[in-house]
Design a protein around this ligand. Structure first.
Ligand code: IPE
Ligand code: IPE
Ligand code: MG
Length: 254
């Protein structure tokens, strides 16, 4: 790391407020080692631990991790069960430690599809860490960007029907307040590991102006140094938000 980079990381300058990660490549990591896919998911959980710690140290405000998509329910039942069991055990093991590190845990996704045991585990972790003031760790499980928009639209329509909302007066920030990430800033940086260059129905609204960073590294191999590299790339991008380069100049940089 260059001195300048170290300084940036140390001061929090140039560090994205909100990093969202599509943690992809567990299965291929396992296959390359002639191991079952579940071994890849277990190794992936270790990578989560490393990356959460590194993000916290860098001063990231919000870290959103895509753990299980609406579409992942279509995987073989056995793999789904392994993943759910891994979530339960990881939450059980990690909540206390995250709480000690002042991390606030929040889960987004269709909870009714999760087992009651996992739901209780999530509620307990959220309640335990609700008043923490450090990084917010958002776990997206049984989550889809379209599902989020549909659940928001249902509630918006119901509020309009019941006279709690004037449809004509609806603004962008009002719509955002119905979405699962209500109250949190938009994603500044999206990282996807595993080589695919797609969003796979992750955050749709909140990625509107995110910088995209795709790496071939498989998720279980991703670590603190890779996160720092991604943040360096981000810091070198010029974010223009529709303006011209002259308008934003160097002050428009991340
Ligand atoms: C990401 O790894 C984890 C989940 C989607 C739950 P994959 O399981 O998709 O791994 P690959 O893409 O098959 O390698
Ligand atoms: C995206 O990975 C979802 C998660 C990482 C949780 P997938 O492996 O499911 O994505 P696709 O299906 O290849 O696009
Ligand atoms: Mg995949």
């Amino acid at each position: 790391m260059s001195d300048e980079t170290a300084e940036r990381h140390g001061s929090g300058k140039g560090v994205p407020r909100h990093i969202a990660i599509v943690m992809d490549g567990n299965g291929r990591w396992a296959r390359a080692r002639l191991m079952p896919r579940q071994a890849g998911h277990r190794a992936g959980a270790e990578a989560v631990r490393r990356v959460v710690e590194a993000a916290g140290q860098m001063g990231v405000e919000v870290l959103t991790l895509f753990a299980f998509s609406s579409e992942n329910w279509a995987r073989p039942q056995e793999e789904v069960s392994v993943l759910m069991e891994l979530f339960v055990r990881t939450l059980e093991k990690e909540s206390i430690r995250l709480h000690e590190h002042n991390v606030r845990i929040r889960m987004i996704g269709e909870r009714t599809r999760l087992s009651s045991r996992l739901r209780e585990q999530i509620e307990a972790a959220e309640a335990l860490t609700a008043d923490n003031t450090g990084m917010t760790l958002v776990i997206a499980a049984s989550f889809g960007g379209r599902w989020d928009i549909v659940q928001a639209t249902r509630r918006i329509a119901a509020d309009a029907r019941d006279g709690r909302l004037d449809p004509e007066a609806l603004q962008e920030q009002d719509v955002a307040s119905y979405l699962s990430l209500n109250g949190l800033p938009d994603a500044d940086l999206l990282i996807r590991t595993g080589g695919e260059k797609r969003i796979s129905n992750f955050l749709l609204w909140h990625l509107a102006y995110a910088e995209l960073h795709f790496v071939d590294t498989l998720w279980p191999d991703f670590g603190a140094e890779d996160l720092r590299d991604a943040v360096d790339v981000f810091a070198g991008r010029e974010r223009r938000f529709g303006r011209t380069g002259d308008q934003v100049g160097r002050f428009g940089r991340a």
